[in-house]
Design a protein around this ligand. Structure first.
Ligand code: ADP
Ligand code: MG
Length: 292
């Protein structure tokens, strides 16, 4: 490990203890090795129950490995003395926007984290203003949270984490209850934090279009990582991805079907813009005049 590593999981196993004497322990993570670099945007995919949430909780010391180690910014999560610093470095946003807002007013809610960290009041004020500005919610500082849309609530949750000045944000299906507009709002914020502020992002999602925005995608299945690569590498093998119980981006699916009909398009086209380029090249022969 070195100073460019944000999170390093080595040979990690985790089981949930059985609820009763007769029941068996639930093996949730079954030998995971993963290194996440500072500034990376990683998407975790996997069917329900594959272990994604457990892995996220292991990444910010909400859970401790039963076997193996997780290091966050060089700190071993097994050492309880590190827990507080790790939680400060790695913030988590969860699925349900309504369960994570604690304040009666947006700015109160954003102040909650730094208050708990013992940050002085004048510094909290600055951080709250800065964080709300970063997520584009300054105008809502005095709103009651229940007046906000789902996407706006998730942006407030992200602001609350930013106010603790983390190096890494984990979003565990944080866009799954949002409508397309809310998802876009949140993704725009994430991309800004990642590209312009160097914050490491770990995003668990079922939306393949969101996965296409990542630097790297890892697929979790039965507590293991069964595939890992750039979005293009991951989605180019459509049959393999479907075999893992996952979808591919719609654009990729169209070209996959065309190729099955005998066309010879690249198999790693992920976005509308990439598709447009390839289609225009192929349609050039049909073009009339100088239309753009
Ligand atoms: P995912 O987030 O990919 O849906 P989870 O990490 O939530 O997967 O779950 C992985 C496995 O652990 C599943 O079999 C799930 O039923 C089990 N599990 C998750 N949370 C608990 C818990 N608190 N107690 C017992 N088993 C759990
Ligand atoms: Mg989950």
């Amino acid at each position: 490990m070195n100073d460019i590593t944000m999170i390093q999981a080595k040979n990690v196993y985790y089981y949930y203890k059985a609820m009763s004497e007769n029941a068996e322990n639930v093996e949730a993570i079954n030998g995971i090795d993963l290194e996440i670099k500072k500034g990376e945007f990683l998407v975790l995919l996997g069917r329900n129950g594959s272990g994604k949430s457990t892995l996220c909780r292991l990444f910010n010391a909400l859970l401790k490995p039963r076997t193996g180690t997780v290091f966050v910014n060089g700190m071993d999560t097994l050492n309880d003395e590190n827990t507080w610093l790790i939680r400060k470095d790695v913030g988590m946003v969860f699925q349900n926007p309504d369960n994570q807002i604690v304040g009666n007013v947006v700015e109160e809610d954003v102040a909650f984290g730094p208050e708990n960290l013992g940050v002085p009041p004048e510094e909290i004020r600055k951080r709250v203003d800065r964080s709300l500005k970063t997520v584009g919610m300054s105008d809502f500082a005095l709103y009651a949270p229940h007046r906000l849309s789902g996407g706006q609530k998730q942006k407030v949750a992200i602001a609350g984490i930013l106010a603790m000045e983390p190096q890494c944000i984990i979003l565990d299906e944080a866009t799954s209850m949002l409508d397309p507009w809310g998802r876009k709002e949140v993704l725009d914020v994430l991309l800004d934090l990642n590209k312009n502020r160097g914050i490491t992002v770990i995003h668990v999602t079922h939306h393949m279009e969101e996965a296409c925005l990542a630097d790297r995608v890892a697929v979790v299945d039965n507590g293991k990582i069964i595939a890992e690569g750039t979005p293009a590498e991951i989605f180019s093998d459509v049959e393999r991805i479907k075999g893992m119980g996952l979808d591919v981006p719609q654009v990729t699916e169209v070209f996959y079907k065309l190729n099955k009909k005998g066309y010879k398009f690249p198999n790693d086209i992920l976005t509308v813009d990439e598709a447009l380029k390839v289609i225009m090249e192929n349609l050039a022969v049909n073009r009339i005049g100088n239309r753009n």
